[in-house]
Ligand binder design. Structure first.
Ligand code: PMP
Length: 437
């Protein structure tokens, strides 16, 4: 018998342990499967099978875009017909392949050469990382299950998890993100062997934002990631690495990701083009073990069907023009902008808020997480008084598991305002606090 080309695994993951009944019951849509077959077929194929509309009846003929660096991207009539047509649920093949190469070169995932059934790295395109995230939660969580996460956290995650009826177990965090000791403490209620017992209520899923956390701006150190990964191995947890601010890390070398540590195939990683190419085009990526990515693609088949072919082709043409180096050069210019914005917020905070507010300087992302001294709850202050002073922040309770508990924090974004506006905004916050205490 010829040997398989795949690398043998240290420990085999049992993915069926993680998939809930709804996800396990998903089957391939026969029409979708045909559509995908048809796209791989030679042009001589006469297909009377699919239900695709005739693109000659679409009103759009051509399109052309000009980039800020002077590139002209043109969709001729043939490309335009493709752009306007249905496409594969996993994403257009050339974008999948480009992104897989990028993931390999940035993260060197140990899983790249594993057997496909045993956790080989795979990837699909999603309509923003939010689609990937919400589908991952819907694949893994059932009512009564527990999920571990560090709070405060992204409200888009909380609103996706809350209706699923599971328990959120809060792990403490600081300016370096999730604290491994706190994770061990939360898990100490269970014995690791319970992971083998299907009736145990031991948590199976851990979620974290490793870089430039929303709202905290916190970034995990490589050591913490290694420790958390080892705990995940001990308790057989899947790690959801939600990393939309990966490309907004202000210092190089960029931190190694959980994906780069993933010898087992237990990491599901969400990436996003929202902060670096466009948030409105809705392009994100989900990377992880093939058996789980396959389940997500089945879900995409029966929900959005696929991310817009038009926007995928638009992005793909740009990436083909740029190449990997051009893409990373663009990322550098975005980082330069945000890091100047961060510096502007820092110097204004030092000017106006030194005595009234505590903060940590973020090394990635778009946010400062500010603790207002002497203000036990920022909700009233922001919702009632801030608008009168013509300034707005997100009250901290929006990022908490218990959104009704008082919270002394606000989230301040440095992404959109000019340094002058940031300065004025923080001056107004200072006045607001002084009036309130
Ligand atoms: N995760 C986090 C932590 C975020 O802050 C965001 C966007 N605000 C998302 C996911 C979703 O991003 P998108 O769907 O635009 O990729």
């Amino acid at each position: 018998m010829s040997q398989k080309p795949w690398k043998s695994r240290p420990d085999i993951m049992n993915y069926s342990r993680f998939i809930n009944a709804v996800s396990a019951a998903r089957r391939v849509s026969p029409i979708r499967a045909l559509t995908e077959l048809q796209q791989k077929a030679p042009p001589t194929l006469i297909s009377l099978a699919g239900g695709m509309p005739n693109p000659n009846m679409f009103p759009f003929e051509t399109a052309s875009f000009t980039t800020k660096d002077g590139l002209n991207i043109t969709f001729g009539t043939d490309t335009m017909k493709r752009a306007l047509q249905y496409s594969a649920s996993a994403g257009i093949p050339e974008l999948i392949s480009w992104m897989k190469d990028l993931q390999k070169s940035l993260h060197h995932p140990p899983t790249v050469n594993y057997d496909p059934e045993q956790g080989q790295m795979d990837l699909c395109v999603t309509s923003g990382s939010q689609e990937g995230l919400s589908k991952v939660f819907e694949m893994l969580l059932s009512p009564g299950d527990s999920i571990l996460l560090d709070t405060p956290t992204y409200p888009g995650t909380l609103t996706a998890i809350n209706p699923l009826g599971c328990k959120i177990l809060s792990v403490s965090s600081d300016q370096h993100g999730m604290i491994p000791q706190s994770l061990s403490d939360v898990l100490s209620k269970w014995k690791p062997e319970e992971a083998k017992n299907p009736d145990s209520d031991i948590p199976r899923v851990l979620y974290t934002i490793p870089n430039g956390g929303n709202p905290t701006g916190a970034s995990m150190t490589a050591d913490r990631k290694r420790e958390v990964y080892q705990i995940a191995r001990k308790y057989d947890l899947l790690i959801i690495e939600d990393d939309p601010y990966y490309f907004l890390q202000f210092e190089k070398p960029w931190a190694p990701s959980f994906l780069s540590l993933d010898v087992d195939g237990r990491v599901l990683r969400t990436d996003s083009f929202s902060k670096i190419l466009s948030s409105g085009l809705r392009i994100g990526f989900l990377t992880g073990p093939k058996p789980l990515i396959d389940r997500i693609i089945l879900h995409i088949q029966c929900s959005t069907m696929h991310t817009s072919t038009f926007t995928q082709l638009m992005v793909m043409q740009l990436l083909q023009h740029w190449g990997k180096n051009g893409f990373l050069k663009h990322v550098d210019s975005v980082v330069e902008f945000y890091s100047k914005q961060r510096d502007a917020m820092l110097s204004s905070a030092e000017r106006w808020l030194k005595d009234e507010v505590d903060w940590h300087v973020p090394s990635a992302g778009m946010f400062f997480w500010m603790k207002l001294k002497g203000i036990p709850d920022t909700f009233q202050l922001i919702s009632k008084k801030a608008l009168q002073k013509e300034v707005l922040f997100v009250p901290g309770q929006a990022f908490m598991i218990d959104g009704s508990a008082p919270c002394p924090y606000v989230r301040a974004a440095f992404s959109l305002s000019t340094p002058e506006q940031i300065d004025q905004g923080l001056q107004r916050l200072s006045a607001l606090i002084k009036e309130a205490v």
